[in-house]
Design a protein around this ligand. Structure first.
Ligand SMILES: NC(=O)c1ccc[n+]([C@@H]2O[C@H](COP(=O)([O-])OP(=O)(O)OC[C@H]3O[C@@H](n4cnc5c(N)ncnc54)[C@H](O)[C@@H]3O)[C@@H](O)[C@H]2O)c1
Length: 389
């Protein structure tokens, strides 16, 4: 089996998953040819570095002065992706980058040109796209089993407190050093559930549906955050399918949802739906005749299936399913939301709570308001005037 040489870029945040996976699973034919990380002392964190004499650099440029890689895995801050991806691809590596692929649609289109010019792929780490149950559902959509898509909606929020925002210099920021970051629950922690709706609506297996318009309302529940931390989004795909998404961080519950309902001509796909015995956290199709198809019966694949698919694509000269194009609709929405005015939720509507030494801002009626919005495809201002809009 051909050895696939892997460069890991950013290993102390989410990127720890990749180095830990390689350290623990020791996938056959995979070798770490180098690490790029600006933090000091990573040899203490990851024994594999000394054990395999893996060279560590502070920049991708420095790595390529001395080495080559077949695949670069990028898990650095969002605003660094574009330049790092370009550097890797120009030095002959295909790339698996964490989402979002970069910070603008324009940048993403340039990356597509680079892929063509250098004959390498860029795959994006929206992990749901790689999950075999989602892929089975997408195949059924593409073959027409569900009929035409009518509408899609999802509610997914997760509580994040001060530790989350303090973990680096870009969390919750609009821009860093003059570069747009637009970090928010929509762009980062809760990005997946929006992106998956556009992926499922794509015209081909490795395409997502681009958007013809995006509107919405964005709010700030935590006054310490520069960008918005709550978003209600209404997008419409180019083929006219409305997509509603509700997300945020300053909620009381650790997690709300994901709860999703995708309506098609011949049935409805649910995620997190209660059919009478509690929420089912799987994609379940309820056909119009009442029969259920539970996609949860499909083996989902590995936790880091996106990594294994990228390795395989390198070996087989293929291309993983989540292409740069699949990342574009989400970026279209990120850019559209960045143009909206942010409404501050009045202080009296927000509790500040300390739990296990961490402080959280909790919008009092977050769940109730968003549940009503989700059920009725509404914006918060149509449901309440308590959020100050
Ligand atoms: N797929 C997912 O579920 C998921 C979850 C969390 C984060 N992410 C994504 O992972 C990426 C990183 O997010 P994070 O929260 O880990 O960020 P982070 O800022 O906490 O960590 C980023 C890592 O990159 C390193 N780094 C910073 N500048 C660097 C440089 N110039 N060169 C090399 N390394 C550098 C940092 O030291 C750190 O190790 C983002 O794109 C984020 O959206 C994805």
């Amino acid at each position: 089996m051909d050895i696939v040489r892997v460069l890991l870029v950013g290993v102390c945040g989410y990127g720890a998953n990749y180095i830990n996976e390689i350290s623990e699973a020791r996938p056959e034919g995979v070798r770490i040819s180098g690490i790029v990380e600006v933090k000091e002392g990573i040899e203490e964190l990851y024994p594999i570095i000394r054990e395999q004499s893996i060279p560590v650099y502070k920049s991708v440029e420095d790595f390529y002065k001395e080495h080559e890689a077949d695949l670069a895995v990028i898990a650095t801050p969002i605003h660094l992706h574009f330049e790092q991806i370009r550097c890797c691809i120009r030095h002959g590596s295909s790339v698996l980058t964490e989402k979002p692929v970069c910070t603008s649609v324009e940048g993403a289109r340039k990356l597509q040109e680079d892929e063509k010019q250098y004959g390498k792929f860029i795959s994006v780490g929206y992990q749901l796209d790689y999950s075999r149950d989602v892929q089975a559902l997408k195949r059924d959509i593409l073959t027409g089993r569900l009929g035409r898509a009518v509408s899609m909606k999802c509610l997914h929020a997760c509580r994040r407190g001060e530790k989350y925002y303090r973990r680096n210099g870009w969390a919750g920021k609009i821009s860093v050093n003059g570069c747009a970051v637009n970090d928010s629950p929509f762009n980062n922690a809760c990005a997946h559930q929006f992106q998956i709706m556009t992926f499922l609506l794509g015209d081909a297996f490795d395409e997502a549906a681009e958007l013809k318009c995006v509107t919405g309302e964005v709010y700030r529940g935590n006054p310490g955050v520069e960008n918005f931390d709550i978003a209600a989004v209404k997008a419409v795909s180019r083929s006219g399918v409305p997509i509603f998404y509700y997300t945020g961080h300053p909620c009381r519950e650790k997690k709300i949802g994901p709860e999703a309902r995708y309506t098609f001509e011949k049935g409805t796909v649910y995620y997190g739906h209660d059919f009478g015995e509690g929420p089912v956290n799987e994609y379940v199709l309820q056909k119009n005749d009442g029969n259920l198809v539970n996609y949860g019966a499909v083996e989902k694949g590995a936790r880091l299936q996106k990594f294994y698919d990228a390795i395989r694509a390198v070996r087989e000269h293929g291309r993983p399913v989540c292409t740069v194009q699949c990342a574009i609709p989400h970026l279209q929405a990120v850019e559209a939301l960045a143009d909206l005015p942010v409404t501050d939720i009045p202080e009296k509507e927000v509790d500040v709570v300390t739990e296990d030494g961490e402080t959280f801002h909790e919008v009092k009626r977050f769940k109730e308001i968003f549940q009503t919005c989700y059920e009725n495809q509404l914006m918060p201002s149509e449901v309440t005037d308590s959020w100050g809009k």
